[in-house]
Write a protein that binds this ligand. Structure first.
Ligand SMILES: Nc1ncnc2c1ncn2[C@@H]1O[C@H](COP(=O)(O)OP(=O)(O)O)[C@@H](O)[C@H]1O
Ligand SMILES: O=C(O)C1=C[C@@H](OP(=O)(O)O)[C@@H](O)[C@H](O)C1
Length: 284
């Protein structure tokens, strides 16, 4: 029996990649932890906090990695612990993908580069329709932490750098989980291209504000909220990913004022530190 544990962190968006195929992201210290047990036998059994779940994404990742002949003679048990809310734009799917690939590679003695791990996750997310572009931007931030700037269509990480670790992400999770019409994002390519160019030049806060004004306007959210958060001293504010979460980055001095802006709204508030740590895996 082999047992391995992989831990991968969460992230927020700076620039949504759907419109122009290029994105930017920032690591935060939410996480997904996978414990993989490999035994003699057959079948894949997935649990999340001890409840059985089914996941096409996870099954497909394993199928894409491990030859059928080997899988037919191996029993795999994967248990997930996660504090990343799923389906809010906070990168749970990218974190899960990296955690599965990292743990399978370790358990089966497969040497994979970071790029191979990330590309496999991105390709599988397109294959299973979990993402549109492959979300290579999200995958990089979950895997490496810090700021990341990517070309998702080429699956290339163009730049990454550490982020100021004293800052915090203040994240609002609206009670209504409705997401807007994503096809509309492509009608405003110019705004996203400009926003990505700012991120490419390491001007992340302006990039995120422009992304925030564009995404809130297009996805029927509240552009005014972005302005109000900025007035309260946020360094930036935007919808994260396709939403519906809204994130603001602030220093500790302005955190409470920014947080208060969310407190009258219907939903939950989450505070997270910035993450610059890389994902990791080890054998138990
Ligand atoms: N804990 C989990 N267990 C299994 N699958 C998960 C888990 N978390 C996320 N996923 C996968 O990720 C998808 C959510 O992806 P998406 O809608 O892009 O939101 P997010 O921004 O959280 O990544 C889920 O539908 C599921 O396929
Ligand atoms: O489907 C995709 O390719 C993407 C989905 C969005 O993220 P979420 O899945 O977190 O909403 C977006 O931010 C990312 O740049 C690309």
């Amino acid at each position: 029996m082999t047992q391995v544990v992989a831990k991968v962190y969460g992230a927020v968006s700076i620039v949504n990649a759907i419109a122009v195929g290029k994105g930017s992201t920032l690591g935060i210290d939410t996480f997904v932890e996978t414990t993989l047990t490999k035994k003699e036998g057959k079948g894949i059994h997935i649990t999340s906090e001890n409840k059985t779940i089914s996941s096409r994404l996870i099954n497909k990742l394993i199928e894409n990695m491990i030859p059928k002949k080997i899988l037919d003679n191996t029993k795999l048990e994967l248990d997930f612990k996660s504090n990343i809310p799923t389906g809010y734009g906070l990168k749970s799917s990218s974190a899960i993908s990296s955690a599965v690939v990292l743990s399978c590679a370790k358990a089966f003695g497969k040497t994979m580069s970071d790029e191979e791990i990330l590309k496999l996750g991105a390709k599988t997310s397109i294959q299973t329709k979990v993402s549109i572009t492959g979300a290579y931007d999200d995958a990089c931030a979950c895997h490496f932490g810090g700021f990341n700037v990517t070309d998702n269509l080429k699956m290339k990480l163009l730049h990454r750098e550490l982020a100021p670790k004293e800052l915090q992400a203040i994240i609002f999770l609206p009670k209504s989980r409705k997401r807007g019409n994503l096809r509309k994002l492509k009608e405003f390519k110019n705004a996203f291209e400009q926003s990505w160019q700012l991120a490419r030049n390491s001007d992340y806060w302006n990039a995120a504000v422009l992304n925030g004004i564009a995404t809130t306007s297009i996805l029927n959210s509240e552009p005014n909220l972005i302005m109000r958060l900025m007035e309260k001293g946020a360094l930036c504010a935007t919808i994260s990913g396709n939403g519906p979460s809204i994130m603001a980055i602030a220093d500790r001095k302005n955190k409470s004022r920014v947080q208060k802006e969310f407190s009258g709204l219907d939903g939950k508030i989450m505070i997270s530190n910035i993450n610059n740590k890389k994902a990791y895996v080890h054998e138990l």
